[in-house]
Design a protein around this ligand. Structure first.
Ligand code: G6P
Length: 612
């Protein structure tokens, strides 16, 4: 949450910062601001989106080759101009941008107020920069020392960048618990919450570790450990993001582009791992740790949001194919409820961003209790893959739309590979079933491509139900978590209340809500207890509910019962989750567009939730 970007070089900083903030806006979009050095610190900030700031800048005209920028997801203090970042020290000589939460800000603030400091915002961030100022004044030390000493006095999470009026050619940045990447260009340096603002200028990046800070000037950079000021020599990584991946590519929204990218994304997930001609699955992270997986007593999946839904799908797949007990936990609940974790457990965190605070904290807890932790993440070199013992990237490419789509299907693709591989190695599926699944999975991108052709038909359904105030999603077996995901997509981007339920549970409550105004999306593909779901549809119809049925059988009885039929391509049961979620993504998308909602930046949400 919150995006930060900083630039030091020979370009005009403001356009670089604005472009970078637009790329980071998926992280939060309550307010935005930049500070640029040009014979003093010049600031422009504003509540609202980055475009509002951009408009303001046509008047403010900030020029200068060093600057910092921020897009905010409010935690402390309302989203207004005053609380927007950057924040200044009391003497206005230091400016800071911050992503994270300074947990002891109230105590520090009280002490600072007693010593004469006056604050203009309600943020925890302003407290930190006043503390830096005070230390610099008292100790008469260089800026980086003052920042380091201040950070030693605060608790919580942060990624910060500080610039100073007195040392204009320098940036000081630090991280603990919130991500920070440095881009090294030719005669220029970038700092950002992720690599997306950097990718078009340089491919050389350094990922800062927790507890590190960096001092950057035109001559180079120096990484130091905050605790003891010792120097650290980093590895320089090569970015693999292309500019094309960061643009909408002719689509109206990133979400729509990402829905359509799914065949390619799934292909990239499977590439080099699924080798049907050789009759094998090859995944280094699994092979290197095979004994642990073979001997495991249990798998615990931890995740949040859409990634948690992918975990639920995996529960069905792993238990069915590999006969290993699986528990799927919300990371936030897991970490705070003193869970039983044994050394024979394998913990699998699933996270698109690799930065979700609760999931990351749950990983640390699982490691501390001796479990083997195998991560499934999308963003390379993000915090979770760096904290886990081993893992696998989904290779979906950057996902910018806040509502997750291709990250979800690629998570399912990789979890299906894992379940199949484990099933084979543990001897719980036969060699012929193994080969059959490999062959089927090989066709997953093509089946999803076919499902994308349903868009027009779904648009018509969306037109009829765009005014609904509630939606129910029902499914059985693996279609239950797909229903949960469909309901989540609708809630997130169209603000229609929606709930997902196992179809049989409808009788235990939700059925009371059904009347002629209630659209009920039933995922009724043939592999998942078809007859039983048919009865559930009859129960809805008997109460005049409107049934939108996702089916895969052309001549099914459901056709005559349902109000609307969406016919997905016929696919092996193993592909059902991948194929069946596509119409639900489209339904949410088109309803949101018809309601005039901001699809890529839904209100109150952020893509990367780096606070608890
Ligand atoms: C936020 C996002 C969701 C995402 C969830 C978990 O709520 O808006 O799309 O599913 O975080 O994020 P992660 O990056 O850990 O998958």
């Amino acid at each position: 949450m919150c995006g930060i970007v900083a630039y030091l070089g020979n370009k005009n900083a403001a356009p670089v910062l604005i472009k970078g903030l637009k790329r980071l806006e998926y992280r939060g979009y309550d307010s935005a601001g930049i500070a640029v050095w040009n014979n003093g610190l010049k600031i422009s900030k504003k509540a609202g989106k980055v475009v509002d700031l951009e408009l303001q800048l046509t008047e403010d005209q900030l020029s200068g080759t060093v600057g910092i920028g921020h897009t905010r997801w409010a935690t402390h203090g309302a989203p207004n101009d005053r609380n927007a970042h950057p924040h200044l020290s009391g003497n206005s000589k230091l400016a800071i941008i911050h992503n994270g939460i300074i947990e002891n800000h109230a105590t520090v603030k009280e002490a600072l107020i007693r010593r004469g400091h006056r604050f203009v915002s309600d943020t925890d961030t302003e407290v930190l920069i006043h503390l830096v100022e005070e230390i610099q004044d008292n100790e008469q030390c260089p800026l980086h020392d003052a920042v380091r000493l201040a950070l030693q006095q605060v608790t919580g999470a942060y990624a910060i960048v500080v610039i100073s009026e007195d040392q204009p050619g320098e940036m000081i940045a630090a991280r603990k618990g919130s991500p920070l990447v440095m881009g090294i260009g030719s005669g220029e340096f970038f700092l950002a919450s992720d690599a997306t603002p950097i990718a078009e200028y340089t491919k050389n990046v350094v990922y800062l570790n927790d507890g590190q800070m960096v001092r950057v000037d035109l001559d180079g950079y120096q990484i130091l450990n905050i605790a003891d000021n010792s120097a650290y020599t980093p590895t320089i990584h090569q970015l693999e993001i292309s500019l094309e991946q960061l643009e909408k590519g002719g689509y109206d929204h990133f979400m729509l582009k990402e829905i359509h990218e799914q065949p390619r994304a799934i292909y990239d997930t499977l590439r080099g791992r699924l080798l049907p001609e050789e009759g094998i699955i090859r995944m280094a992270g699994l092979e290197d740790n095979l004994a642990k997986f073979i001997n495991a007593q249990r798998i615990i999946i931890i995740a949040c949001g859409t990634s948690w839904h992918a975990g639920l799908v995996a529960e069905y797949l792993i238990e069915d194919l590999a006969r290993l007990p699986v528990e799927v936990e919300y990371a936030s609940e897991f970490r705070y409820r003193n869970p039983i974790i044994r050394e024979t457990d394998i913990v699998i965190p699933i996270s698109q961003s690799g930065e979700t605070a609760d999931t990351l904290a749950a990983v640390e807890m699982a490691k501390a209790k001796g479990a083997f932790v195998f991560g499934i993440c999308n963003v390379p070199a993000s915090s979770i893959p760096r904290a886990t013992h081993a893992g696998a990237y989904t290779h979906a490419g950057p996902e910018i739309g806040v509502a997750s789509t291709k990250a979800f299907t690629t998570q399912i693709a990789i979890l299906t590979l894992i379940a199949t591989y484990l099933g084979y190695k543990r001897g719980t599926i036969t060699a012929s079933r193994y080969q059959e699944i490999l062959f089927t999975l090989h066709h997953a991108p093509a089946k999803v491509e076919e499902a994308l052709k349903l868009e027009k038909a779904i648009q018509e359904v969306a037109l009829q139900y765009q005014g609904a105030t509630n939606f129910l999603y029902l499914g059985r077996g693996v279609n239950f978590p797909i229903g949960l995901e469909g309901a989540l997509k609708l809630k997130e981007i169209s603000y229609i209340h929606a709930e997902g339920y196992p179809a049989a549970e409808m009788k235990h409550g939700p059925i009371a809500l059904i009347d002629e105004n209630m659209p009920v999306v039933v995922i009724a593909t043939s592999h998942q207890h078809y007859d039983k779901i048919l009865s559930n549809i009859q129960e809805v119809k008997a109460r005049k509910g409107k049934v939108i049925a996702i089916i895969d059988k052309f001549e099914s009885e459901i056709k005559s019962l349902a109000d609307h039929i969406i016919e997905v391509p016929d696919a092996d049961a193993i592909l059902a989750p991948l194929v069946n979620v596509i119409p639900l993504q489209f339904l949410a998308y088109h309803i949101a567009v018809m309601r005039g909602c901001n699809v890529d930046q839904p209100r109150n949400l952020a893509k990367s939730v780096t606070v608890e």
